[in-house]
Design a protein around this ligand. Structure first.
Ligand SMILES: O=C(O)[C@@H](CO)OP(=O)(O)O
Length: 399
């Protein structure tokens, strides 16, 4: 039996007047996910337990079959695991976003949480410049993917209140700066980054090219190293993870799964969808479980770009779901689970904790014509509701 999760990050949404009061999933052309919905098991799952903020870290841990209430220790330690950065027991990892802040009157606004979706190469340049300016044992910066990077605070403070920058787009940053013991040190680092970045040649180059420059770092997602039972010990299967982003790869590393890096996988709307699907089918030749994650719908939603979100959903359906449904037919038996991790309503430009629509398809032929397709309403209309989202994995593995 082969099992595969097809995860469209942030894919579910809310009804929009500009879509005739339909959700993007309802309005998008998704023949493959609709095919699954009319034949397979359709339902909803609460991937974000009560009391947790709806981050992709918590939500994807649930879909991987891990209860966040027992294993979650912060987002950035998971990303550090993907980057091969060892954390000592008292080290604290922070996510470092390269962002664009803009002055408005006497306030400073979070203009762009991704600094114009800065490239990995350009992002790395700035992190290297910041490392040179802050060299020392206490704070260590590590380059990551795109705007997503890492700070390790050796022996640092973890009980701080920090805010994801994609939650405050267009807002005054002052009320959302880090708070708590150690916050002053973090704000000093952010101020240092502003000086380093403004004087870096890349700043002028990006401005002259009409691109959004990175003019600050933003620190959040802190935590200490996690302890996770290996997937094989927990579920008895080996497996592989395919994703462009360190968060998902890091969950895979902590779960003892093979990490497959696909050339051209960008974590954005221009990713190499086909390459990821082909890599997943290849991985299923040597593993019984594959987790294929696509970031694009979430990024489009955070940017408030409905056109990009619709395209990301349709590309996910045509270039991931379709080829996978075709490719798994070569195996004697299979189960395909298609789901978001959390909703990212494009009108809100950030995540919600609402349950997500999932569909589990195992090659059934019987069609249920009453099901309109794969969407939030159709999923809610079934009696299948998983209040503990981490139970989805049991359903995938046991049918
Ligand atoms: O990587 C990130 O910073 C966030 C926002 O884009 O992604 P996700 O919402 O999937 O955690």
């Amino acid at each position: 039996m082969k099992h595969i999760v097809l995860l469209g990050d942030g894919m579910s949404d809310e009804k929009l007047p500009q879509l005739g009061n339909k959700t993007p999933l309802q309005a998008a052309n998704t023949p493959n996910m609709d095919f699954m919905a009319r034949r397979g098991k359709l339902g909803t799952a609460r991937t974000v337990p009560p009391g947790f903020s709806p981050g992709s870290d918590v939500a994807n841990l649930s879909v991987f079959g891990y209860n966040p209430q027992t294993c979650y220790s912060g987002r950035s330690p998971l990303e550090a695991a993907s980057m091969g950065v060892e954390l000592a027991p008292d080290d604290v990892a922070f996510r470092v976003n390269l962002v664009n802040l803009s002055p408005r009157g006497n306030r400073m606004i979070m203009q762009d949480y991704s600094a114009g979706h800065i490239s990995t190469e350009e992002g790395g340049e700035l992190i290297e410049a910041l490392k040179a300016e802050t060299a020392g044992d206490e704070f260590q910066f590590h380059p990551g993917v795109g705007y997503r990077h890492l700070l390790v605070w050796r022996g640092g403070k973890v009980d701080l209140i920090t805010v994801p920058p994609h939650d405050i787009t267009g807002k005054d940053i002052l009320p959302h700066l880090p708070q708590g013991e150690g916050a002053k040190r973090l704000i000093e680092l952010m101020n240092t980054s502003q000086m380093v970045f403004f004087n870096h040649p890349q700043y002028r180059k990006r401005v002259d090219a009409g691109k959004v420059p990175a003019n600050s770092i933003w620190l959040w997602g802190q935590g200490k190293r996690p302890t996770m039972v290996p997937f094989r010990q927990k579920f008895g299967l080996t497996g592989a993870v395919i994703s462009a982003v360190d968060l998902i790869r890091g969950i895979g590393v902590c779960a003892g799964l093979e990490i497959i890096k696909v050339p051209g996988a960008t974590g954005y709307i221009d990713t190499n969808y086909r390459g990821k699907a082909e890599a997943a089918l290849d991985a299923l030749e040597r593993h019984d479980f594959v987790y294929l994650h696509v970031e694009a719908p979430d990024e489009a939603s955070h940017s408030g770009n409905l056109e990009h979100k619709m395209k990301a959903i349709e590309d996910f359906d045509a270039q991931i779901v379709g080829p996978i449904l075709e490719g798994v037919k070569k195996f004697d038996s299979y189960r395909v689970l298609c789901t978001p991790d959390h909703p990212t309503p494009v009108a809100r430009m950030t995540h919600t904790s609402d349950p997500v629509p999932f569909v589990l398809y195992s090659g059934e032929n019987q069609e249920n014509p009453a099901v309109a397709g794969y969407d939030e309403d159709s999923a809610k209309a079934t009696s299948l509701e998983l209040k503990e989202g981490f139970r989805l994995m049991e359903m995938l593995l046991q049918g």
